[in-house]
Design a protein around this ligand. Sequence first.
Ligand code: FAD
Length: 421
Amino acid sequence: MQQPDKATPVTILGAGIVGICTALSLLERGVPVILIDRGEPGQATSYGNAGVVSPWSLVPQAVPGIWRNIPKLMLGHGRPLSVHPKYALKILPWGARFLQQSSEERVRATSDAMANLCGPSIDLFTKHLTGTGHEGLLVDTMYLQLYRDGSKLTLDALDCRIRAEKGADMEVLGQDELSRLEPAVSADFKAGLLVKGTARVRAPGRLAAILAEKAARLGATFVKANIKRLQKSETGWTVQCEDGDHEAERIIMCLGVWSADLLPDIKHKVPLMSERGYHAEFSNPGIELNHSVMDADAKFIASSMEGGVRVAGHAEFAPPDAPPSKRRQKIFLRLAKAAFPDLQTGNVSLWTGCRPSFPDSLPMIDQLDEQPGLFLNFGHSHYGLMMSPASGELTAQLVCGDRPNVSLDGYSASRFDQNGA
Ligand SMILES: Cc1cc2nc3c(=O)[nH]c(=O)nc-3n(C[C@H](O)[C@H](O)[C@H](O)COP(=O)(O)OP(=O)(O)OC[C@H]3O[C@@H](n4cnc5c(N)ncnc54)[C@H](O)[C@@H]3O)c2cc1C
């Protein structure tokens, strides 16, 4: 069998956190890389997330009975779920696939695949940051889910059972314990689920920039260009950009939510959705949060970051280029104030970004027999920050012809084909 070439550069399309981590894993194996991105590294979706890095985020979005919650999510407290009119039809087949994923059997299978990506997240980020001088960007904290009505909160729920079976240390807290742990949260919250052994990033955009600098120091070349098309060539691929072509023997698709539009014709179904989220960052908040704090009713996560308190979340299925919803931005400000009554909301910046979401919450990590030299690593949905170092490792293993240390079946490009889940 021919050994994969480790001397010719691999071209990574997209320098979000996924592309950057993939680059680092290849560079560690002695493979040179070129990253092409139209923007600065890590400043699209990877800039504005909630910073949660947790080995225990291993329960997908589609869970048993989720269909019953959809009206509440669309119309209830804070209306965290919405569909843009332009996506009214597009959401239907995607939504049907999403619901198909929600049986306990599917959730358990997906959870195993999530565990392979989220499990090593803290160790791998620690390794990537070592020696950069910015090791403090990743802090050891806990994850706290807050509930106004704690009556249904139990460690017997399926999500808690799955986490516990995989070794998570969790505790249910009452109101007094909550206010001791996080004095800034509203007294409206009556109960909380504390997940220990998690971490958070204090500035996700800066983390990506620091890791991109590390990749550059290790020899990565960053090219700023707007990719228009990919075309098969005699020796591999032509990446057609606005200002000229780039030839590559091997390419890795890491364009996040923009990946599906730029894929060449492949025989597989790629039900990738743009699931937008919002953040509001309060630069002079007047409060400090000790952990990643989730308002489980309003579906957002708040934490103290370098730039202030950031409140991030919601799911708005909408075209990536649609203007941000002013209404949702207002709702966000109101929800943040309700959850943290002493929050000073005067200096605030608002942001919208697009999660690249498949119906099963897992990314595609694969190489395609019918398109030699094309590797896929995109679609990390709600978990792209924490999944990126492990998915970068797996992709590097594929490129180098190494035997992956876990099964890649759950991330395969064929999983949504006719008979797939
Ligand atoms: C509100 C919110 C909160 C979140 N919270 C968390 C969290 O707490 N923890 C977590 O793990 N995940 C979280 N996520 C998810 C996570 O942010 C994403 O899954 C992750 O950032 C995806 O990274 P990516 O590299 O695939 O995409 P991106 O960061 O979007 O990178 C894609 C890159 O492709 C480039 N690109 C696109 N098109 C072209 C083109 N034509 N030519 C050249 N370049 C192009 C873009 O410029 C961009 O740099 C959150 C997401 C949101 C929206």
